[in-house]
Design a protein around this ligand. Structure first.
Ligand code: AMP
Length: 276
């Protein structure tokens, strides 16, 4: 479906529960895993493919975001997705659109600090999609852990009944999290990129051995990243798993999130590892 009207008509008859997988296309095995989870849980599944201009804080990043709708539709079909909503920009943001959904504290650190306006764009488009689709469940990847928290907060605060479900990160054999952005990596950068995972696992190992200092765990990540000349770290974080506030000390029994963002040339990658 391309239009809100077509979407409304298709959804009117759809058996419930209805499961939604929102994406920006250039689908990979990470997206497939969300679709498979939706297929397992829901009587009707819908995927959306929309490269949302409002969540790109750099116009160049939006322009070069990879797109291939024919291939994406074939993947949706292979995964048994019932409906695909692939609207144009004006269908999501009709002329005169002038509202921003802006989530508070949980949207501010990490990706929120590094990418001004990013989570406003995410929360706004997901609020619109949730409202238009009225799904029972919506599936998101743990790879974008802060995004899941922002969307949960938005749905709770706006009384949107769609349940937000986080699904495990799908990785390449060498540990690199699948991402549409990986296509931009040069062969040398691609070979270097598993350093994100190695840095996270080094910190997780230190934590498992008893280290509780946030500073020491951040230093463990920086040390591994420092060994990779192609990697330029943007941030490393040891944060409270509920608020994303940076931690001086990890408290046993309370969830914490190890996360990082690293640039390889003009490509910026993120990953994370929950610990508890
Ligand atoms: P995107 O198309 O990048 O906006 O991603 C659409 C959804 O797929 C988001 O919920 C992402 O968190 C999720 N996703 C992206 N990469 C992965 C991955 N490697 N494993 C699991 N989910 C992912």
């Amino acid at each position: 479906m391309r239009t809100r009207a077509e979407l409304r008509e298709a959804l009117a008859e759809a058996p419930r529960p209805l499961g939604l997988v929102p994406t920006m296309g250039w689908l990979h095995d990470g997206h497939r895993s969300l679709m498979q989870r939706a297929r397992a849980d829901d009587a009707t599944t819908i995927a959306t493919i929309f490269v949302n201009p409002r969540q790109f804080n750099e116009a160049a990043d939006f322009q070069r975001y990879p797109r291939n709708e024919a291939r994406d539709l074939a993947i949706c079909e292979e995964e048994g997705i019932d409906l695909v909503f692939a609207p144009g920009v004006d269908e999501v943001y009709p002329p005169g659109f002038d509202t921003v959904v802006s989530v508070g504290a949980v949207a501010r650190p990490l990706e929120g600090a590094a990418r001004p306006g990013h989570f406003d764009g995410v929360a706004t488009v997901v609020a619109i999609l949730f409202d238009l689709i009225g799904a029972d469940h919506a599936y998101f990847g743990q790879k974008d852990a802060q995004q899941v928290m922002v969307i949960r907060q938005m749905a709770r605060d706006l009384a949107i009944p769609t349940e937000v479900i986080a699904c495990p990160t799908v990785r390449e054999a060498d540990g690199l999290a699948l991402s549409s952005r990986n296509v931009h990596l040069s062969p040398a950068e691609r070979a270097a990129a598993p350093v994100l995972r190695r840095a996270l696992l080094a910190a997780r190992d230190r934590w498992a051995e008893g280290e509780r200092s946030g500073e020491a765990l951040r230093a463990a990540m920086q040390a591994v990243l420092g060994e990779e000349p192609l990697a330029t770290p943007a941030y490393v974080s040891v944060a409270d798993g509920r608020t994303l506030a940076e931690l001086d000390r990890v408290v046993d029994g309370a969830p914490a999130l190890l996360s990082l963002a690293v640039r390889f040339g003009s490509t910026r990658l993120i990953d994370n590892e929950p610990i508890a």
